[in-house]
Design a protein around this ligand. Structure first.
Ligand code: AMP
Ligand code: TRP
Length: 329
């Protein structure tokens, strides 16, 4: 049985890195597996400060984007993490088999806590990977489709599953990370040495999935390029390589084909075509998104149904876990 689980935090805009690194492959995978679960991980989002009103809006927005991208709620389960108490409960239990040392080595914590110093980072931010392990392990997940930056967290989930199994007997399925090579890491438009990210200093770093045509074209015009003027990928040309990767992903054509099209042409021509390609890729998604977000009742119904279906699986796992440990009456 193949079972996949993944999630995105409702903590602001969803950018093309999230879309190409995660959501795009979810849509492809949902028809190839026995069970697919996609979660809006709001309990992860609150590990850094969030405005309550904005958080509420962002939760629905991320769910609407899953649907607009083509996640089918009849086949897959879409739900909001905080509507299921099992996640926090299993995270607590897993905390007791997690070592301080292994969490200290998580690079995302190191990056995020550096911005505010370890002294003032929340304990929740430190514990974030354990909650993620709980998300994954509750659903007997076999594979976790994510971008490259989440590989270390999925490996922790594997370690915790194996540790728990050897301590208390076979309980959890040990999950594998599932990372696509091509779009594993979409880089920032303003700095191709850093991944595209919503928390980068400038909005010029990312293309948001909901950006309008003019914004997309302006951001691509201002994207940094490499020295020289050839439209060719290579390790000495990180900026143009990233733009070619994006072009390839949104048109489903190979980088080599695109390079051939632009032989003898300049960066300006290339950037214009790239803008057009991104806009025509995103506009049908944006149209669907508008329809879904404007039917809040319909959207909430899908999420309530997803939560109920998720609960049927999660509660079974938790009963088994507690029994193994000797908790309760
Ligand atoms: P987050 O925004 O951190 O909740 O990330 C949601 C998903 O998007 C995860 O699977 C990440 O690995 C993926 N992701 C985030 N940024 C990028 C990027 N620049 N390139 C590829 N995937 C990304
Ligand atoms: N930590 C992930 C991210 O920032 C989001 C996430 C939370 C997740 N729980 C998960 C991803 C479980 C996959 C599986 O991208």
């Amino acid at each position: 049985m193949k079972k996949i689980f993944s999630g995105i935090q409702p903590s602001g805009v969803i950018h093309l890195g999230n879309y190409l690194g995660a959501i795009k492959q979810w849509v492809e995978l949902q028809s190839q597996v026995d069970e697919a679960i996609f979660c809006v991980v709001d309990l992860h989002a609150i590990t850094v400060p969030q405005d309550p009103e904005a958080l509420k809006r962002n939760i629905l927005s991320v769910a609407a984007l899953y649907l607009a991208a083509g996640i089918n709620p009849e086949k897959s389960i879409i739900f909001v993490q905080s509507t299921r108490p099992e996640h926090a409960e299993l995270a607590w239990i897993l905390n007791t088999v997690t070592k301080m040392g292994e969490l200290s080595r998580m690079t995302q914590f190191k990056d995020k806590s550096q911005k505010e110093t370890v002294e003032s980072a929340s304990v929740g931010l430190f514990d974030y990977p354990v909650l993620m392990a709980a998300d994954i392990l509750l659903y007997n997940t076999t594979a976790v489709p994510v971008g490259d930056d989440q590989k270390q967290h999925v490996e922790l989930a594997r370690d915790l599953a194996m540790r728990f199994n050897s301590k208390y007997g076979d309980t959890f399925v040990v999950p594998e990370p599932l990372i696509r090579k091509e779009s594993a890491r979409i880089m920032g438009l303003d700095d191709p040495t850093k991944k595209m990210s919503k928390s980068a200093g400038s909005s010029l770093s990312y293309l948001a999935v909901l950006d309008d045509a003019e914004t997309i074209s302006n951001k691509i015009k201002r994207a940094v390029t490499d020295s020289g003027n050839e439209i060719k990928a290579g390790s000495d040309k990180p900026a143009i390589t990233n733009l070619l990767n994006i072009f390839s992903e949104v048109t489903d054509r190979s980088v080599v084909e695109i390079e051939a099209d632009f032989e003898g042409k300049n960066y300006g021509d290339f950037k214009n075509s790239l803008s057009e390609a991104v806009v025509s890729y995103l506009s049908p998604i944006q149209k669907k998104y508008d329809e879904i977000i404007n039917d809040e009742t319909g959207l909430k119904k899908i999420l309530a149904d997803g939560s109920r279906r998720a609960g049927e699986i999660a509660s079974g796992t938790l009963v088994n876990v507690k029994e193994k440990i000797g908790l309760g009456l």
